[in-house]
Design a protein around this ligand. Sequence first.
Ligand code: AMP
Ligand code: MN
Ligand code: MN
Ligand code: MN
Length: 316
Amino acid sequence: MRRFDLHTHSLQSDGTLAPAELVTRAQAAGVDVLALTDHDVTDGIAEARITADRIGITLIAGVEISVTWQGQTVHIVGLNVDTADHALQQGLARLREFRQWRAVEIGRRLQKKRIEGAYEGARRLAKGTIVSRTHFARFLVEQGYVRGMQQAFKQFLSSGKPGHVPGQWATLDEAVSWIRSAGGQAVVAHPARYKLSAGKLLRLFGEFHECGGEAIEVISGSHPPEATQHFARIAAEQDFLASAGSDYHGPDNFAGSEIGRALARPEGASYRDVARQKAWRGLGRLPALPDGCVPVWRDWEMTGLAAHKAVAGCLS
Ligand code: AMP
Ligand code: MN
Ligand code: MN
Ligand code: MN
Protein backbone atom coordinates (compact mmCIF):
# COMPACT_ATOMS: atom_id res chain seq x y z
CA MET A 1 0.00 0.00 0.00
CA ARG A 2 1.25 3.45 -0.82
CA ARG A 3 1.87 5.84 2.04
CA PHE A 4 0.50 9.35 1.80
CA ASP A 5 1.51 12.46 3.70
CA LEU A 6 -0.55 15.34 2.35
CA HIS A 7 0.31 18.24 4.65
CA THR A 8 3.90 19.46 5.15
CA HIS A 9 5.88 22.71 5.30
CA SER A 10 9.24 23.89 4.00
CA LEU A 11 11.27 27.00 4.77
CA GLN A 12 9.30 28.79 2.08
CA SER A 13 6.79 29.27 4.91
CA ASP A 14 7.39 28.28 8.55
CA GLY A 15 9.05 24.89 8.12
CA THR A 16 12.77 24.52 8.71
CA LEU A 17 13.84 22.33 5.77
CA ALA A 18 14.51 23.36 2.19
CA PRO A 19 11.94 21.82 -0.16
CA ALA A 20 14.53 19.43 -1.65
CA GLU A 21 15.57 18.30 1.83
CA LEU A 22 11.97 17.76 2.87
CA VAL A 23 11.34 15.54 -0.13
CA THR A 24 14.48 13.49 0.55
CA ARG A 25 13.53 13.01 4.20
CA ALA A 26 9.98 12.08 3.29
CA GLN A 27 11.21 9.33 1.04
CA ALA A 28 13.59 8.07 3.72
CA ALA A 29 10.63 8.02 6.13
CA GLY A 30 8.73 5.73 3.73
CA VAL A 31 6.38 8.27 2.17
CA ASP A 32 5.35 7.45 -1.41
CA VAL A 33 3.10 10.44 -2.07
CA LEU A 34 4.00 13.77 -0.50
CA ALA A 35 2.17 17.10 -0.65
CA LEU A 36 4.10 20.28 0.07
CA THR A 37 1.53 22.69 1.52
CA ASP A 38 3.27 25.88 2.61
CA HIS A 39 1.24 28.70 4.15
CA ASP A 40 -0.06 31.08 1.44
CA VAL A 41 2.80 30.42 -0.97
CA THR A 42 3.72 27.84 -3.63
CA ASP A 43 7.33 28.95 -4.19
CA GLY A 44 8.78 25.68 -2.88
CA ILE A 45 6.97 23.42 -5.32
CA ALA A 46 9.37 23.77 -8.27
CA GLU A 47 12.41 22.80 -6.18
CA ALA A 48 10.51 19.96 -4.49
CA ARG A 49 9.38 18.69 -7.89
CA ILE A 50 12.91 18.47 -9.27
CA THR A 51 14.09 16.38 -6.31
CA ALA A 52 10.95 14.26 -6.28
CA ASP A 53 11.34 13.39 -9.96
CA ARG A 54 15.00 12.59 -9.49
CA ILE A 55 14.58 10.25 -6.50
CA GLY A 56 11.26 8.76 -7.52
CA ILE A 57 8.63 9.93 -5.06
CA THR A 58 5.29 11.42 -6.08
CA LEU A 59 4.99 15.12 -5.27
CA ILE A 60 1.58 16.75 -5.00
CA ALA A 61 1.56 20.51 -5.47
CA GLY A 62 -0.28 21.98 -2.51
CA VAL A 63 -0.83 25.07 -0.41
CA GLU A 64 -2.34 25.86 3.01
CA ILE A 65 -4.50 28.96 2.70
CA SER A 66 -5.24 31.21 5.68
CA VAL A 67 -8.95 31.97 5.99
CA THR A 68 -10.95 34.16 8.33
CA TRP A 69 -14.29 32.57 9.10
CA GLN A 70 -16.60 34.13 11.67
CA GLY A 71 -13.70 35.99 13.18
CA GLN A 72 -11.56 32.86 13.52
CA THR A 73 -8.55 31.75 11.52
CA VAL A 74 -9.16 28.50 9.69
CA HIS A 75 -6.73 26.73 7.36
CA ILE A 76 -7.78 25.27 4.02
CA VAL A 77 -5.35 22.98 2.22
CA GLY A 78 -5.41 22.81 -1.56
CA LEU A 79 -4.11 19.62 -3.17
CA ASN A 80 -3.06 19.12 -6.78
CA VAL A 81 -3.22 22.79 -7.60
CA ASP A 82 -1.88 24.23 -10.84
CA THR A 83 0.67 26.66 -9.41
CA ALA A 84 0.51 28.74 -12.60
CA ASP A 85 -3.17 29.52 -12.06
CA HIS A 86 -3.77 33.25 -12.10
CA ALA A 87 -6.69 33.43 -9.65
CA LEU A 88 -4.82 31.30 -7.12
CA GLN A 89 -1.62 33.31 -7.37
CA GLN A 90 -3.43 36.62 -7.23
CA GLY A 91 -5.30 35.49 -4.13
CA LEU A 92 -2.15 34.24 -2.41
CA ALA A 93 -0.33 37.47 -3.28
CA ARG A 94 -3.06 39.42 -1.51
CA LEU A 95 -2.71 37.26 1.61
CA ARG A 96 1.07 37.74 1.59
CA GLU A 97 0.57 41.49 1.39
CA PHE A 98 -1.58 41.35 4.50
CA ARG A 99 1.00 39.07 6.13
CA GLN A 100 3.77 41.58 5.47
CA TRP A 101 1.73 44.44 6.91
CA ARG A 102 0.82 42.27 9.89
CA ALA A 103 4.45 41.33 10.54
CA VAL A 104 5.45 45.00 10.80
CA GLU A 105 2.45 45.60 13.05
CA ILE A 106 3.34 42.65 15.31
CA GLY A 107 6.83 44.12 15.61
CA ARG A 108 5.36 47.47 16.58
CA ARG A 109 3.12 45.95 19.21
CA LEU A 110 5.93 43.90 20.72
CA GLN A 111 8.09 47.00 20.85
CA LYS A 112 5.48 48.57 23.11
CA LYS A 113 6.21 45.66 25.44
CA ARG A 114 9.91 46.61 25.33
CA ILE A 115 10.82 43.88 22.88
CA GLU A 116 13.17 45.53 20.42
CA GLY A 117 13.83 44.44 16.86
CA ALA A 118 11.19 41.71 16.71
CA TYR A 119 10.19 42.40 13.11
CA GLU A 120 13.81 42.42 11.91
CA GLY A 121 14.50 39.29 13.95
CA ALA A 122 11.52 37.40 12.58
CA ARG A 123 12.40 38.53 9.06
CA ARG A 124 15.96 37.25 9.54
CA LEU A 125 14.71 33.86 10.73
CA ALA A 126 12.27 33.57 7.83
CA LYS A 127 14.17 32.00 4.94
CA GLY A 128 11.40 32.32 2.37
CA THR A 129 9.06 35.11 1.36
CA ILE A 130 6.58 34.98 4.21
CA VAL A 131 6.95 36.00 7.83
CA SER A 132 4.77 33.96 10.13
CA ARG A 133 4.01 34.08 13.84
CA THR A 134 6.27 31.01 14.05
CA HIS A 135 9.22 33.22 13.13
CA PHE A 136 8.30 35.72 15.84
CA ALA A 137 8.03 32.86 18.32
CA ARG A 138 11.48 31.59 17.32
CA PHE A 139 12.85 35.10 17.76
CA LEU A 140 11.34 35.37 21.26
CA VAL A 141 12.88 32.00 22.19
CA GLU A 142 16.23 32.91 20.65
CA GLN A 143 16.41 36.20 22.56
CA GLY A 144 15.41 34.56 25.83
CA TYR A 145 12.11 36.39 26.30
CA VAL A 146 10.37 33.02 26.69
CA ARG A 147 11.48 29.46 27.38
CA GLY A 148 9.79 27.79 24.46
CA MET A 149 7.48 28.09 21.47
CA GLN A 150 4.38 27.31 23.49
CA GLN A 151 5.15 30.10 25.91
CA ALA A 152 5.84 32.51 23.05
CA PHE A 153 2.37 31.90 21.67
CA LYS A 154 0.68 31.80 25.03
CA GLN A 155 2.24 34.99 26.31
CA PHE A 156 2.60 37.11 23.18
CA LEU A 157 1.18 35.78 19.93
CA SER A 158 -2.15 34.04 20.57
CA SER A 159 -5.48 35.78 20.21
CA GLY A 160 -5.87 38.54 22.79
CA LYS A 161 -2.15 38.70 23.64
CA PRO A 162 -0.01 41.84 23.14
CA GLY A 163 1.59 40.79 19.85
CA HIS A 164 -1.56 39.43 18.29
CA VAL A 165 -2.99 41.14 15.23
CA PRO A 166 -6.37 39.79 14.13
CA GLY A 167 -6.33 38.11 10.73
CA GLN A 168 -7.85 39.59 7.62
CA TRP A 169 -7.33 36.52 5.51
CA ALA A 170 -9.34 35.09 2.63
CA THR A 171 -13.02 34.25 2.98
CA LEU A 172 -13.86 30.56 2.96
CA ASP A 173 -15.49 30.98 -0.43
CA GLU A 174 -12.44 32.73 -1.89
CA ALA A 175 -10.00 30.10 -0.67
CA VAL A 176 -12.06 27.22 -2.05
CA SER A 177 -12.67 29.00 -5.34
CA TRP A 178 -8.96 29.78 -5.83
CA ILE A 179 -8.14 26.12 -5.23
CA ARG A 180 -10.86 24.97 -7.61
CA SER A 181 -9.85 27.52 -10.21
CA ALA A 182 -6.40 25.93 -10.04
CA GLY A 183 -7.92 22.49 -10.60
CA GLY A 184 -7.27 21.35 -7.03
CA GLN A 185 -9.23 19.80 -4.20
CA ALA A 186 -9.97 21.80 -1.05
CA VAL A 187 -9.45 20.19 2.36
CA VAL A 188 -10.23 21.53 5.85
CA ALA A 189 -6.91 21.31 7.69
CA HIS A 190 -6.69 19.94 11.27
CA PRO A 191 -10.37 20.46 12.16
CA ALA A 192 -9.84 19.52 15.82
CA ARG A 193 -7.66 22.56 16.39
CA TYR A 194 -10.19 25.32 16.00
CA LYS A 195 -11.77 26.98 19.00
CA LEU A 196 -15.24 26.28 17.65
CA SER A 197 -18.15 24.57 19.35
CA ALA A 198 -19.29 21.28 17.81
CA GLY A 199 -22.25 23.09 16.27
CA LYS A 200 -20.12 25.83 14.76
CA LEU A 201 -17.66 23.33 13.36
CA LEU A 202 -20.53 21.59 11.61
CA ARG A 203 -21.59 24.95 10.19
CA LEU A 204 -18.08 25.48 8.91
CA PHE A 205 -18.20 22.06 7.24
CA GLY A 206 -21.64 22.85 5.78
CA GLU A 207 -20.50 26.14 4.27
CA PHE A 208 -17.30 24.52 3.07
CA HIS A 209 -19.37 21.89 1.26
CA GLU A 210 -21.55 24.55 -0.35
CA CYS A 211 -18.47 26.41 -1.59
CA GLY A 212 -17.25 23.23 -3.29
CA GLY A 213 -14.90 21.91 -0.60
CA GLU A 214 -14.37 18.18 -0.89
CA ALA A 215 -12.36 16.80 2.00
CA ILE A 216 -11.36 17.11 5.65
CA GLU A 217 -8.22 15.94 7.40
CA VAL A 218 -9.31 12.86 9.28
CA ILE A 219 -5.73 12.22 10.29
CA SER A 220 -3.51 15.10 11.30
CA GLY A 221 -0.19 15.11 13.09
CA SER A 222 -1.46 18.16 14.92
CA HIS A 223 -4.47 16.26 16.30
CA PRO A 224 -4.57 14.05 19.32
CA PRO A 225 -4.89 10.48 17.98
CA GLU A 226 -8.37 10.23 19.53
CA ALA A 227 -9.69 12.75 17.00
CA THR A 228 -9.32 10.28 14.12
CA GLN A 229 -12.46 8.20 14.73
CA HIS A 230 -14.51 11.31 15.39
CA PHE A 231 -13.61 12.97 12.10
CA ALA A 232 -13.84 9.70 10.21
CA ARG A 233 -17.46 9.54 11.29
CA ILE A 234 -18.12 13.14 10.35
CA ALA A 235 -16.51 12.63 6.95
CA ALA A 236 -18.73 9.61 6.32
CA GLU A 237 -21.90 11.38 7.50
CA GLN A 238 -21.26 14.56 5.55
CA ASP A 239 -19.91 13.00 2.42
CA PHE A 240 -16.39 14.34 2.67
CA LEU A 241 -13.34 12.65 1.29
CA ALA A 242 -10.71 11.95 3.94
CA SER A 243 -7.17 13.31 3.92
CA ALA A 244 -4.13 12.57 6.06
CA GLY A 245 -1.11 14.74 6.77
CA SER A 246 1.55 15.11 9.42
CA ASP A 247 1.68 18.93 9.27
CA TYR A 248 5.41 18.43 9.53
CA HIS A 249 7.46 21.62 10.01
CA GLY A 250 10.93 20.09 10.31
CA PRO A 251 12.99 17.82 12.53
CA ASP A 252 13.16 20.19 15.49
CA ASN A 253 10.16 19.60 17.63
CA PHE A 254 10.12 23.18 18.82
CA ALA A 255 9.61 24.31 15.28
CA GLY A 256 7.13 21.71 14.32
CA SER A 257 4.70 22.30 17.09
CA GLU A 258 1.48 23.16 15.33
CA ILE A 259 0.20 20.96 18.09
CA GLY A 260 -0.35 23.97 20.31
CA ARG A 261 -3.68 23.73 21.96
CA ALA A 262 -4.30 20.14 20.96
CA LEU A 263 -1.17 19.05 22.77
CA ALA A 264 -2.01 20.93 25.91
CA ARG A 265 -3.01 17.71 27.61
CA PRO A 266 -5.37 17.75 30.53
CA GLU A 267 -3.73 17.76 33.91
CA GLY A 268 -2.41 14.39 34.81
CA ALA A 269 -1.20 13.58 31.30
CA SER A 270 1.82 11.34 31.64
CA TYR A 271 5.15 11.58 29.89
CA ARG A 272 4.04 8.53 28.00
CA ASP A 273 1.05 10.48 26.66
CA VAL A 274 3.35 13.21 25.44
CA ALA A 275 5.75 10.68 23.91
CA ARG A 276 2.84 9.04 22.18
CA GLN A 277 1.82 12.39 20.74
CA LYS A 278 5.33 13.06 19.51
CA ALA A 279 5.65 9.64 17.91
CA TRP A 280 2.37 10.19 16.18
CA ARG A 281 3.17 13.39 14.45
CA GLY A 282 6.31 12.72 12.45
CA LEU A 283 6.77 12.80 8.73
CA GLY A 284 5.51 9.54 7.25
CA ARG A 285 4.43 8.22 10.63
CA LEU A 286 0.72 8.36 9.99
CA PRO A 287 -1.65 5.46 10.53
CA ALA A 288 -3.98 4.21 7.78
CA LEU A 289 -7.35 5.90 7.35
CA PRO A 290 -10.10 4.15 9.30
CA ASP A 291 -12.37 1.77 7.39
CA GLY A 292 -15.26 3.53 5.74
CA CYS A 293 -13.27 6.63 4.80
CA VAL A 294 -13.06 7.51 1.13
CA PRO A 295 -9.51 8.77 0.60
CA VAL A 296 -9.04 12.16 -1.03
CA TRP A 297 -6.66 10.39 -3.44
CA ARG A 298 -9.27 7.92 -4.69
CA ASP A 299 -9.65 9.63 -8.06
CA TRP A 300 -5.94 10.27 -8.35
CA GLU A 301 -5.41 6.55 -8.66
CA MET A 302 -8.19 6.28 -11.18
CA THR A 303 -6.64 9.08 -13.20
CA GLY A 304 -3.30 7.33 -13.14
CA LEU A 305 -4.89 4.10 -14.22
CA ALA A 306 -6.94 5.79 -16.92
CA ALA A 307 -3.84 7.52 -18.28
CA HIS A 308 -2.04 4.20 -18.28
CA LYS A 309 -4.91 2.49 -20.07
CA ALA A 310 -5.15 5.30 -22.60
CA VAL A 311 -1.51 4.81 -23.54
CA ALA A 312 -1.98 1.04 -23.72
CA GLY A 313 -5.02 1.63 -25.95
CA CYS A 314 -2.96 3.71 -28.33
CA LEU A 315 -0.42 0.98 -28.67
CA SER A 316 -2.88 -1.84 -29.37
P1 AMP B 1 0.49 32.58 11.12
O1 AMP B 1 -0.08 31.91 9.91
O2 AMP B 1 1.59 33.51 10.79
O3 AMP B 1 -0.57 33.21 11.98
O4 AMP B 1 1.19 31.47 11.98
C1 AMP B 1 0.49 30.31 12.33
C2 AMP B 1 1.49 29.21 12.57
O5 AMP B 1 1.99 29.30 13.90
C3 AMP B 1 0.85 27.85 12.49
O6 AMP B 1 0.90 27.38 11.17
C4 AMP B 1 1.73 27.03 13.39
O7 AMP B 1 2.82 26.52 12.67
C5 AMP B 1 2.21 28.01 14.41
N1 AMP B 1 1.48 27.93 15.69
C6 AMP B 1 0.24 28.37 15.97
N2 AMP B 1 -0.07 28.18 17.28
C7 AMP B 1 1.01 27.59 17.83
C8 AMP B 1 1.35 27.15 19.14
N3 AMP B 1 0.49 27.28 20.15
N4 AMP B 1 2.57 26.59 19.32
C9 AMP B 1 3.44 26.48 18.33
N5 AMP B 1 3.19 26.87 17.07
C10 AMP B 1 2.00 27.43 16.82
MN1 MN C 1 2.75 26.52 10.37
MN1 MN D 1 -2.45 24.96 9.81
MN1 MN E 1 0.20 23.34 8.30
